[in-house]
Design a protein around this ligand. Structure first.
Ligand code: AKB
Length: 322
C-alpha cells in the first residue's frame, strides 16, 4: 500500500504552481504539515506554503541542491511538478526542454541515490498530436506531439517506464487534461482560458478568449485532479499496470459551452473571441479522452461535470475574491 507511514516525509517540487499549491495543502491535511516539504524555485506567492510547514528554495536543475534536500529529508514520496507549460515552452523552447527533461532526470537520478522513493510526475494531453484520433483518444494510439512541452512529456513518459523496468523505481504518472481551480492560477498553458474566464465572470468583467468558441478540449476540476493524483499514488503497485502515464478524463467543453454554463448564474456575462497562437496548439490536442484503463486498473471515477464545476467555482470566487 502507501509508502507513507507515520513520520515519513513527502517532497513536493514545484509546490508554488497551480497544482503544487493545492496538492501540498491536501497532503499536509492528510499526513501532517511537518511531514510535507514544499519546494519551489521562488519564495512562495502564497505565504501559507512556507508558514504552514517546511519550505525549501530549490531549483530542480541544481542537482547538488536537490541532493542536499533529498539527503536532509529522505522522502518516501516525491511529487515532481516543476515544468514550463505548453504556451510558455513554445516561446522559450531550449529552456522548456531543459527544465522539463533535465529536471526529470535530476529527480530520477536523485531517487536512485536516496532510497528509491515513490515518484509522481505529471504528463499531459499534450503528448498527443495532429495525427492522433481526437475523439475519445485511446490510451495507446498515434502520438506525434507538435509542441516542445508535448515532446518533453512524451519523452518523459518513456523515461519513467525505463526507470521502472531498469531500476525498479516506483514511478506513477497521469496525462492531465486542462486543470481548473479557484485557489491558484495556472501560468503559460493553452487551457488557461478556462480558469481566467471564471475570474473575469466573478468580478463582473467581460472576457476576451484566446481560443475560438467551438474549440473542444478535455478539462478537469481541481478536486478531481487531486483525487486522481492521490488515488494513483496510493494504489497497490500491482494495480498500476501502466508505467508510462495514464489517460485521465472528466469532462470536455468549448469556450461557448463554458460561457453558457456561467451565464446560467450570471446572465449578463459577455465573452468575445480573439484567437492567438494557442489556437494552433489546441487544434492539435484531443477533444475528449478514453480513460478506461485508469478506471479499470485503479478505480478512477471523476465527480465533477461542467455545470457542477461552474457552480462551485463561482461560489468560491464570489465568496473569496482572489
Ligand atoms: C497546458 O495547457 O499547457 C496544460 C496542459 C494541458 O498540460 N494545462
Amino acid at each position: 500500500m502507501s509508502t507513507t507511514g507515520t513520520g515519513d516525509t513527502i517532497l513536493v517540487i514545484g509546490a508554488g504552481g497551480q497544482l503544487g499549491f493545492e496538492l501540498t495543502h491536501e497532503l499536509r491535511q492528510r499526513y501532517g504539515a511537518s511531514n510535507v516539504i514544499a519546494a519551489d524555485v521562488r519564495l512562495p506567492k502564497h505565504p501559507e506554503l512556507a508558514e504552514a510547514g517546511p519550505f525549501e528554495q530549490l531549483d530542480v536543475l541544481d542537482r547538488a541542491r536537490l541532493g542536499e534536500v533529498m539527503q536532509k529529508y529522505r522522502p518516501k514520496q516525491v511529487y515532481h511538478l516543476a515544468a514550463l507549460l505548453s504556451a510558455t515552452a513554445e516561446k522559450n523552447p531550449e529552456f522548456g526542454w531543459q527544465l522539463n527533461m533535465d529536471g526529470l532526470f535530476n529527480v530520477l537520478g536523485a531517487a536512485l541515490e536516496y532510497d528509491k522513493p515513490r515518484i509522481y510526475w505529471p504528463s499531459s494531453i499534450a503528448v498527443f498530436g495532429p495525427n492522433t484520433p481526437r475523439e475519445n483518444t485511446p490510451q495507446y494510439t498515434v502520438m506525434d506531439p507538435g509542441t516542445v512541452y508535448g515532446i518533453s512529456k512524451q519523452a518523459g513518459e518513456l523515461w519513467l517506464d525505463w526507470y521502472f523496468r531498469r531500476h525498479g523505481l516506483d514511478v506513477r504518472s497521469l496525462r492531465y487534461p486542462g486543470l481548473i481551480g479557484y485557489k491558484s492560477l495556472p501560468g503559460g498553458g493553452t487551457t488557461d482560458y478556462a480558469v481566467d474566464i471564471y475570474h473575469h465572470a466573478a468580478q463582473g468583467l467581460a472576457y476576451q478568449c484566446f481560443l475560438q468558441e467551438d474549440t473542444y478540449l478535455p478539462m478537469m476540476y481541481m478536486p478531481d485532479a487531486l483525487k486522481a493524483t492521490l488515488d494513483i499514488m496510493h494504489a497497490p503497485a500491482e494495480q498500476v499496470k501502466i508505467r508510462t502515464s495514464y489517460n485521465l478524463g472528466a469532462m470536455s467543453f468549448s469556450p461557448a459551452e463554458i460561457t453558457r454554463s456561467i451565464q446560467q448564474h450570471l446572465p449578463d456575462f459577455q465573452v468575445s473571441y480573439q484567437p492567438d497562437s494557442r489556437q494552433q496548439i489546441a487544434d492539435s490536442w484531443p477533444k475528449s479522452i478514453d480513460d478506461s484503463r485508469a478506471r479499470a486498473d485503479w478505480g478512477w471515477q471523476p465527480e465533477f461535470d461542467l455545470n457542477k464545476m461552474t457552480a462551485d467555482m463561482l461560489q468560491h470566487l464570489r465568496e473569496e475574491p482572489q
